[in-house]
Design a protein around this ligand. Structure first.
Ligand code: PMP
Length: 437
């Protein structure tokens, strides 16, 4: 269980001050939280330890990169075994790369072949470039609220201010205007909004990219008709369907969320949990498309010094191997996720708090908005300040969650029923304090 929380954090603050002098903003990603707790020094199973020795029960899970639990022995042992052997050569191929691709082809419905990258962003960048090359078209359709990485083709319209939603909302300065304008924005769970974009830009849409469950805005569950409709529409209009399974892949089912819905995209992107915290990503898909990456006969550049590196491959093979050998991982995490969601929903109802609990498998999201929450439009009713206050209360009690409203949290393979119940107890206390008086 989390350790009793104290207020002072001399060591964490000292590290944060050093960081701010040499790292812009003191953190290495714009979306990392800057605030107490500032710095971490240890991680083990379901827990992380901050620089002042406090233990937090971790549902942040490195934005979902931690799947089996921190420092999972099965993964760390495989990485240790890979060290000291073949490190990096840079020509030819290594057996772990082949084994990883064979494994992916074996278990992912859409995968006939696979390329390895170093991150999820690289995977989506490669998938989009491939889709453009294969169709000879330029436009991409993404959904308001979907996040697919930091690069120019997709860095727009994730969590947008109400006056920017569905409009032009780049995530950054410095992106080519043409890149932003080549990405069109549709509404999740609204097939008509996608069809309209195809109608407005005939034969110009190269791909539709989606998180099959948009976890970057919590957990909007897709309707079956929506996913099937997207499959049919993209096929009919000659566009590539890309499932970005960077979060859902391996977390929700061995075959990804595509296995759950029974809809097979043309391309699938992976990252995060695939190697339980070690850096790797990948694109898998239809052979005919993927062959364009073939350095001899294809026409799409695939480059990356560290692609297929032995550490990432060993970690991914160990993570996937563990999931294959322990299918109860899914029954366990799904049951724990359901226990958390049911518990939170019951507490909110009992306290008369306007909230909707969403999620799938081990993922849970707490919206401070009345049901139904089906698409991004519904999320614009969310009381973000209430989530921020909830997050603060949970952090003070030793429970680490994503700090931004509309995000999700994760149960890993290392969490237990007792820990879920302790979390619910703390959540009851925090939510009671938020109750309108
Ligand atoms: N796709 C999705 C769905 C993601 O959630 C993320 C990261 N949050 C990415 C792509 C980008 O992955 P990475 O951070 O490894 O570049």
């Amino acid at each position: 269980m989390p350790s009793a929380q104290r207020r002072e954090a001399p060591r964490g603050q000292a590290i944060a001050e050093r960081a701010a002098r040499v790292i812009p903003g003191g953190v290495n990603s714009s979306t990392r939280y800057i605030g107490e707790p500032y710095a971490f020094t240890g991680a083990d199973g379901a827990y992380v330890t901050d620089a002042d020795g406090r233990r937090y029960l971790d549902y942040h899970a490195a934005f979902g990169a931690i799947l089996l639990g921190h420092n999972a022995p099965v993964v760390n042992d495989a990485v240790r075994a890979a060290l000291g052997g073949l490190d990096l050569v840079g020509i030819g191929v290594t057996e772990p790369e082949v084994e990883l691709a064979e494994r992916i082809v074996d278990i992912i419905p859409s995968a006939e072949s696979m390329i390895a990258t170093m991150s999820g962003s690289e995977a989506t960048a490669q998938a989009i470039r491939l889709a453009r090359a294969a169709t000879g078209r330029e436009l991409i359709v993404k959904f308001q609220g979907g996040f697919h990485g930091w690069h120019d083709a997709v860095a727009r319209n994730v969590i947008s201010a109400p006056d920017k939603a569905y409009g032009r909302d780049p995530l950054s300065e410095g992106i080519l205007a043409q890149a932003i304008d080549a990405t069109l924005i549709a509404e999740f769970n609204d097939l008509g909004s996608v069809a309209e974009l195809f109608d407005r830009h005939p034969e110009r849409v190269a791909a539709v990219i989606l998180e099959p469950i948009p976890h970057n805005v919590g957990a909007l569950l897709p309707t079956q008709e929506f996913v099937e409709g997207l499959r049919a529409l993209t096929r009919e209009r000659g566009a590539v369907l890309i499932f970005d399974e960077v979060i859902t892949g391996f977390r929700h089912a061995l075959g990804g969320y595509q296995q759950v819905v029974g809809v097979t995209p043309d391309l699938t992107t992976f990252g995060k949990g695939m190697a339980n915290g070690f850096p790797i990503g990948g694109v898998a898909g239809r052979r005919e498309l993927m062959e364009r990456f073939n350095g001899r006969t294809g026409d799409v550049l695939l480059a990356g010094t560290f692609n297929g590196n032995p550490v990432g491959c060993a970690a991914a093979l160990a993570t996937i191997g563990h999931l294959q050998a322990n299918p109860d991982f899914y029954t366990r995490t799904h049951a724990l996720g359901a226990r958390m969601r049911d518990g939170l929903a019951a507490i909110a109802a009992e306290l008369g708090i306007e909230a909707t609990v969403a999620g799938f498998g081990g993922v849970f999201a707490l919206y401070f908005a009345k049901a139904p929450v089906l698409g991004y439009r519904d999320l614009m009713r969310n009381n973000d300040a209430a989530y921020v206050a909830f997050h603060r209360g949970m952090t003070e009690r030793g429970f680490l969650m994503l700090p931004m409203a509309l995000k999700r949290n994760h149960v890993s393979g290392a969490h237990t029923e007792q820990e879920i119940d302790a979390t619910l107890e703390a959540a009851r206390e925090v939510l009671a304090g938020l109750r309108p008086t």
